[in-house]
Design a protein around this ligand. Structure first.
Ligand SMILES: Cc1ncc(COP(=O)(O)O)c(C=O)c1O
Length: 372
């Protein structure tokens, strides 16, 4: 069976480097913090043009730490996209504040700036913009709105480490657009470790100092706790694995993109002869953007029928995400919000394997056979 994310194929390719790095950590006796974590933070900072970096235990923790750093209070509201993984909304609610759900753009599937604008009220403190499926959110417009209303932006780049945007002639990387940006190192992410892990990024020294304290029990020095924090650490073994994989990211991203183009070509050709109601619509990548393709997600007009074909061809698939967040049981009570594009997307999205160790050409050949 084809794996949805081929982590064993990836490990096979980097086995020598990974085993050497893992063994060095095991032999060092230093498992939390220490040189591997410091080296990774330095390498991530170099990758992101000198941003301050704080690693932590997961992408979810990174979001929580970011919200705590920005001083979120229980009476506050934060605008989050309605169509994404639950973590951004969950972290706002976990801290006692209220997530307000914005609709998405029907073509790019990213948070819609018009919807964000319409939801701003006296309690709104900020926006969490998710770089969904590996493409950056529309930050130029979001930043204009945020500046106009005195809001902060958290960039949730859990799926997009390595994505780029052409910004006034310069390539700008994901994880540089938020007042605080975060990522996840969950194993299947474009840059993933062998357990849970995450990181926060900021250009502001004051925020960097505060988020470092919060991730370390609110401490400014050994046994001196200035503020209430949490314990959220990336361990040395994960840091060592990430350093090896970061070294290969520049080779892997173009392969992910070629795999995605392979599917794009197949579905474009397929749509020429497919009857209405059976077409596979592509997620639009905005001009000047590159996506990391955390997964390849398209929209099937008739998803059940398409799933039937995938099953017949033994091609794995996944549905990211089957329900808009405002309809999740934990948020739905008394929630009358309408996000028609998020609802439409959740009824049609379907994701295919796309990682750098996926045989996308083999998969499109299988598709050709079942659609013949
Ligand atoms: C958009 C988004 N935000 C946050 C997270 C949370 O990351 P983690 O699983 O590392 O806690 C995820 C994980 O899938 C995600 O996709």
């Amino acid at each position: 069976m084809i794996p949805f994310v081929n982590l064993t194929g990836q490990r096979e390719k980097y086995r020598f480097e990974l085993e050497k790095a893992e063994q060095a950590v095991l032999d060092s006796g230093c498992f939390i913090g220490g040189p591997q974590v410091e080296a990774l933070e330095k390498e991530l900072s170099d990758y992101l043009d000198g941003r301050h970096v704080q690693t932590c235990a997961s992408g979810t923790d990174a979001l929580t730490i970011a919200l705590m750093t920005l001083g979120l209070q229980p009476e506050d509201e934060v605008i989050v996209p309605d169509f994404t993984f639950i973590a951004p909304a969950e972290c706002v609610a976990f801290l006692g504040a209220t997530p307000v759900f914005a609709d998405i753009d029907r073509e790019t599937l990213q948070i819609s700036p018009e919807s964000v604008r319409s939801l701003i009220g006296p309690k709104t403190k900020g926006i969490i913009a998710v770089d969904l499926f590996g493409q950056c959110a529309p930050f130029e417009e979001l930043r204009e709105i945020a500046d106009e209303h005195g809001l902060w932006i958290i960039e949730d780049a859990a799926q997009a480490f390595g994505a780029t945007v052409l910004d006034a002639g310069n390539l700008r990387k994901a994880c540089t657009f938020g007042d605080i940006s975060i990522t996840s190192f969950y194993p299947s992410k474009p840059l993933g470790c062998y357990g849970d892990g995450g990181a926060l990024f900021t250009a502001r020294k004051d925020l960097a100092d505060k988020m470092r304290m919060i991730a370390n029990h609110g401490s400014s020095g050994r046994y001196c706790h200035e503020i209430i924090g949490i314990n959220s650490r990336l361990d040395a073994l994960q840091a060592a694995v990430l350093r090896v994989k970061l070294g290969h990211l520049a080779e892997e991203l173009p392969v992910r993109q070629q795999n995605a183009q392979n599917y794009d070509r197949f579905f474009t050709e397929f749509n020429r002869s497919a009857p209405d109601g059976q077409k596979i619509l592509l997620q639009k990548i905005a001009s000047g953007n590159t996506s990391t393709y955390a997964q390849y997600t398209a929209l099937a007009e008739n998803r059940d029928s398409f799933i039937g074909k995938l099953k017949q061809a033994e091609i794995p698939y996944s549905i990211h995400y089957p329900m808009p967040l405002h309809k999740q049981p934990c948020f739905s009570r008394g929630n009358e919000q309408l996000c028609p594009n998020a609802e439409w997307a959740s009824e049609h999205v379907i994701s295919l394997p796309v990682c750098a160790f996926t045989d996308a050409a083999g998969i499109t050949n299988k598709l050709k056979q079942v659609f013949r």
